[in-house]
Design a binder for this molecule. Structure first.
Ligand SMILES: [Zn+2]
Length: 126
């Protein structure tokens, strides 16, 4: 297991002031904001991404425009599992994955950028 960077842990997770986005405040002082539907579309679980090929099988048109997380629980010290309003609850978002998402998405209008996540430390291997 690779050592995890403790500064990449969230200290708080919650809605932004306008409640439109999800905000994560990280231990190193950075803050990331996400559109809930973007996070849902980037769900890393085996039901949304083919485990063998890594190809995303989730179709954006199948995801409700108003989807939102109904619950977020901490899993140990490495990931956040999201429960979604559409009933989907198998996606476990590693902290590093969430950090990468925030760094990859510089221009929201340009669409969703899918980060490359290395196999080491991905949630489904633990
Ligand atoms: Zn999923």
């Amino acid at each position: 297991m690779s050592p995890r960077d403790p500064s990449h842990e969230p200290v708080s997770v919650g809605p932004t002031q306008d409640e439109a986005r999800l905000r994560i405040q990280w231990r190193d002082g950075q803050a990331s904001e996400y559109w809930p539907r973007d996070l849902r579309l980037l769900c890393p679980c085996a039901g949304c991404v083919d485990e063998i090929s890594g190809v995303r099988t989730l179709r954006p048109e199948a995801v409700d425009k108003g989807v939102y997380p109904t619950a977020i629980h901490y899993v140990g010290r490495y990931a956040l599992p999201f429960m979604w309003s559409d009933g989907h609850s198998t996606g476990i978002y590693a902290f590093e994955y969430l950090r990468q998402l925030a760094e990859t998405r510089r221009a929201p209008e340009a669409g969703i950028a899918e980060p490359r996540v290395s196999g080491a430390g991905s949630p489904e291997q633990e």
